[in-house]
Design a protein around this ligand. Structure first.
Ligand SMILES: [Fe+2]
Length: 347
């Protein structure tokens, strides 16, 4: 992966980043659950020190140069690269001109299988924890169960809200083991440097928006949305959504439908039969993008897509989709242009 774009990556060298690196090294040697949990907690506690420092509407507005358009996707398609060709320039170009970038083969088949197994374990361990908590039982949990799921050092409501077992989602940070393995994988891929070059700033990650997913096919079509509709202004984000099982076009698991266009603002949500005041109805999408063929990509297990808070998308829906879909979604922000209401954390 290349990160050359004329800007030297900024090293993460503040005190918290150094502490995290030291603790990660300690855990690598000890493999002790206590070190793993402390590492996860430090990432979250460090995030409390991150404060948004700008109220500019969007950083691209201050850019003087338009990035070259490196892609020419067909109608209803998004730009794509193999993970070996992933670079900050590719992300910048695709985001600026097309609003998303598909990355093929980001995770190997072995990695996707392991993460799927992990997600099942995390869901079970979370369920066990919350059922016991509701009944006020003091259940003795094994080290495996605690490494799979341990409440975060945030208030209880935030833990419960982040465990959305019924919707097939759980905050990645609630799993000390999976969050650490995921961030290690991202580091191996060179994502830290790529994000620094893209944001021109260090990156942080959202506790709230970063989730492990195991979703059943939708009984009814969902509304569309832009995640920026509930994130506030002055932010710069990049979401990395990785499919862990084959999904989307040509498969029997729901993928994602996306408007294959760069959007620079929020399409007014609500109205036209929208289910929520932050969601956008299919009618509004077809009215606003009458000439645009919606992208309904095929994702193989391990394929991923980058998009940001302005991308308009929806979980795919079709009677053909009969099997659950596993995925990991991770929202990154520029540290100085981060959505504070999404609870920033170190990674
Ligand atoms: Fe979304």
């Amino acid at each position: 992966m290349s990160t050359e774009n004329g800007v030297a990556p900024v090293a993460q060298n503040d005190h918290t980043a150094k502490e995290i690196a030291a603790l990660a090294e300690k855990y690598r040697k000890s493999e002790e659950l206590a070190d793993l949990v402390q590492l996860r907690d430090l990432r979250l506690q460090g995030g409390k020190k991150i404060t948004q420092q700008t109220d500019s509407a969007w950083r691209r507005e201050t850019e003087t140069e338009t990035p070259p358009n490196l892609f020419a996707p067909g109608s209803g398609e998004l730009p794509e690269v193999d993970y070996r060709d992933l670079s900050a320039e590719a992300v910048q170009s695709a985001m600026y001109h097309h609003g998303a970038l598909i990355v093929r083969n980001l995770f190997s088949s072995l990695q996707t299988q392991e993460f799927c197994k992990d997600i099942d374990t995390v869901m079970d361990a979370g369920q066990e924890y919350f059922v016991a908590t509701k009944k006020d039982e003091n259940v003795e949990r094994s080290a495996d169960s605690r490494s799979a799921f341990t409440p975060a050092p945030l208030n209880v409501d935030l833990n419960a809200a982040a465990f959305m077992g019924n919707c097939g989602a759980v905050a990645t940070f609630l799993s000390p083991k999976v969050s650490h393995r995921l961030f290690e994988r991202f580091d191996e891929l060179g994502l830290r440097e790529l994000l620094q070059a893209y944001f021109q700033d260090e990156s942080c990650v959202s506790y709230y928006k970063s989730v492990l997913r195991r979703v059943e096919p939708l009984p009814n079509p969902a509304d569309w949305h832009q995640d920026g509709a509930f994130m506030g202004k002055g932010i710069d984000s990049l979401n990395l959504w990785v499919a862990l099982t084959d999904c989307g076009a040509g498969t029997n698991s729901p993928g994602m439908d996306l408007v294959p266009q760069r959007l620079n603002g929020i399409v007014p949500p609500g109205g036209n039969g929208a289910a929520f005041d932050w969601s956008v109805s299919a009618k509004t999408v077809s009215e606003n993008f009458a000439d645009v063929k919606i992208a309904q990509p095929h994702f193989g297990a391990g394929d991923a897509v980058f998009f940001d808070h302005f991308n308009l998308h929806v979980t795919s829906s079709s009677p053909k989709f009969t099997k659950p879909r596993y995925a990991i979604e991770t929202w990154f922000f520029s540290k100085s242009r981060c959505a504070l209401n999404q609870i920033p954390a170190y990674w």
